[in-house]
Write a protein that binds this ligand. Structure first.
Ligand code: NAG
Length: 133
C-alpha cells in the first residue's frame, strides 16, 4: 500500500474513532466488554487504561482461569463461562465516569507475549438527563 493511501484512510475516519474497538453503554444500565481467547485455560486480568507492558494496570478483576480470584468492586463481574474462555467484563450500573480504556490480558505460559486487548468504553448519559435539559 502506498503511504498516501494510509494517510487518506486516517483522514476519512469519522470523529471519535480510535485504534481501539469501541463499546458503548448507557448510564444506569449494565454494559459488557467482550473478551474471549482460545487454547489452554489460563489466568487473566482486566484493568483500567490501555494494556501496559505487563500485568493489567489498575486492576479490576483477576481470574485463575476458572473463577474470579480478585475483584476491586462488586460492580465488576464476569458473567460469561470463565473455563470456556469467555472472560467478558460486565460493569453493573454503568456511570459516565466509567468511560475510558480497559485492558483484557490473557496470560500465556507458552508464549513470549500475553494476549492484550484494549477496548474503549463510552458511557452516555441516560435518558433522564436529557429530560432534565
Ligand atoms: C444488571 O445486572 C444485575 C446483576 O447481574 C441485575 O440484577 C440487574 O437487573 C441488571 N440491570 C439491568 C438494567 O439490566
Amino acid at each position: 500500500m502506498h503511504p498516501w493511501v494510509a494517510i487518506l484512510g486516517l483522514l476519512l475516519l469519522p470523529d471519535g474513532v480510535t485504534a481501539y474497538p469501541q463499546v458503548t453503554g448507557v448510564a444506569g444500565q449494565n454494559v459488557t466488554l467482550p473478551c474471549y481467547y482460545n487454547g489452554e485455560v489460563t489466568k487473566m486480568c482486566w484493568g483500567r487504561g490501555a494494556c501496559p507492558w505487563s500485568h493489567c494496570g489498575t486492576n479490576i478483576i483477576w481470574t485463575d482461569g476458572y473463577r474470579v480470584t480478585y475483584q476491586s468492586d462488586g460492580r465488576y463481574q464476569l458473567n460469561g463461562n470463565i473455563p470456556r474462555r469467555d472472560v467478558s467484563l460486565t460493569i453493573n450500573n454503568a456511570a459516565v465516569s466509567d468511560t475510558g480504556l480497559y485492558c483484557c490480558r490473557i496470560e500465556m505460559r507458552r508464549r513470549i507475549n500475553d494476549i492484550k486487548t484494549t477496548l474503549e468504553l463510552r458511557v452516555n448519559p441516560g435518558e433522564l438527563v436529557f429530560l432534565l435539559l
